[in-house]
Design a protein around this ligand. Structure first.
Ligand SMILES: Nc1ncnc2c1ncn2[C@@H]1O[C@H](COP(=O)(O)OP(=O)(O)O)[C@@H](O)[C@H]1O
Ligand SMILES: [Mg+2]
Length: 360
């Protein structure tokens, strides 16, 4: 199948039309016809379809042909979470644009390639991640702590931020903050600010700092579930919350997941925290000659917000499912927001001490 746009992307990115209804809502049952009707697969070919699980906000289907493979992703208007969370479907346009942009900015193989875009239906077609990889989340939850993966994920994020640092063209293209607010600030920060009035001014100050920082292209969902790990490299997926913004957000977002895994695997917290330390170290090393803004205190402030949001916000860590661990994380987040050192390495050391004491 040739790479192509069913309709060209619009420069300047995202949010240009108020319409939210697609003409086809994709399901496993109709995606074959959808592709054949648009000549995206030839009618005579055998097509194997697989619904890819994990996402709460999209329909994602892998299409396997005899000699080709691609993934079709359609954004949903309302997310599959317990509480109402509406999220502009046009985020798929941003994802498509960002994936294409990163295809040029980053070394080959770090992101899927855009294969087609169907803006009328909020659909993106992209190349399949090569065989032989596993999402970092799968490995971490299966008990494998791969420090090389943490290093590579940190370096790749650093590279993304360095390559996009202080680029007015990218700021013009990805500077719209509406999706960041709908997808992150409202369901994460503002939910916890309203639940914890004594933390609200600290959280609101962090929101203001983050929204006021527009210096790099931010992935926006830099989580182990969106990072596919191979023996020698990592590939990153899922750019629907990409925006021009604050590098500390991506760093803290990923650190949050690693710290939550350390809290979850309490007896192996030392190893999981080592992956957090390695990720941060690799990132810092990658950006030190390029990004001049100090990041440490911002990473710590955002980490406090996101840890609390993963317990009490609208997108909760599903594997933190016991009250003692939830309370432990809430207390850690509170300390980080109010009193902790403003250096991520010291915060990780301190978390290690707290986790050790919790065991005794
Ligand atoms: N190009 C791809 N190749 C292989 N697997 C993919 C690809 N895109 C997505 N996936 C799989 O589908 C899951 C959900 O896709 P993702 O783009 O992350 O959507 P969501 O925004 O709903 O999380 C990913 O975590 C990954 O396991
Ligand atoms: Mg995802």
């Amino acid at each position: 199948m040739p790479d192509r746009d069913l309709q060209p992307l619009q420069a300047g990115g995202a949010v240009t039309s108020p319409r939210e209804a697609a003409t086809v809502e994709l399901t496993l049952a109709n995606v074959g016809d959808y592709l054949r009707e648009r000549n995206l697969v030839d009618g005579t070919q055998d097509v194997k379809l697989e619904l890819l699980a994990g996402g709460i906000s999209n329909t994602v289907v892998m299409v396997v042909l005899a000699t080709d493979c691609f993934v079709v992703k359609q954004s949903l208007p309302k997310l599959r979470v317990d509480q109402d969370w509406f999220f502009d479907r046009r985020r798929i346009f941003v994802e498509t644009d960002c994936m294409a942009t990163l295809g040029h900015l980053l070394p080959p193989g770090c992101v899927p390639k855009v294969r087609f875009s169907d803006r009328d239906n909020f659909v993106l077609g992209m190349s399949c991640a090569p065989d032989g990889g596993k999402t970092w989340k799968q490995s971490l939850l299966a008990g494998t702590v791969d420090l090389e993966a943490a290093d590579r994920a940190g370096r790749l994020l650093g590279l993304l931020h360095c390559k996009s640092y202080q680029r007015p063209d990218l700021r013009d293209r990805f500077g719209d903050q509406n999706l960041l607010i709908q997808g992150r600030v409202d369901p994460y920060h503002r939910v916890i600010a309203s639940l914890y009035p004594d933390l609200a001014s600290t959280i609101n100050a962090e929101i203001e700092r983050m929204l006021g920082t527009q210096i790099v292209l931010v992935h926006g969902d830099y989580s182990p579930k969106n990072i596919v790990v191979y023996p020698n490299y990592v590939l990153v997926l899922d750019f629907e919350v990409a925006h021009y913004g604050d590098p500390a957000f991506d760093v803290a977002f990923c650190l949050t997941h690693l710290v939550l895994k350390a809290a979850h695997f309490a007896r192996r917290h030392v190893e999981y925290l080592a992956s957090a330390r390695r990720f941060w170290g690799a990132y810092k090393d990658a950006v030190k000659d390029t990004i001049q803004t100090p990041l440490e205190a911002s990473v710590v402030g955002e980490l406090g917000c996101l840890l609390l949001a993963r317990i009490d916000g609208k997108s909760r860590a599903e594997y933190i499912n016991d009250d003692p661990t939830r309370d432990f994380v809430r207390n850690m987040a509170r300390e980080i927001l109010l009193t902790a050192s403003k250096d991520p390495d010291s915060v990780i050391d301190w978390l290690g001490n707290e986790m050790r004491q919790r065991l005794s």
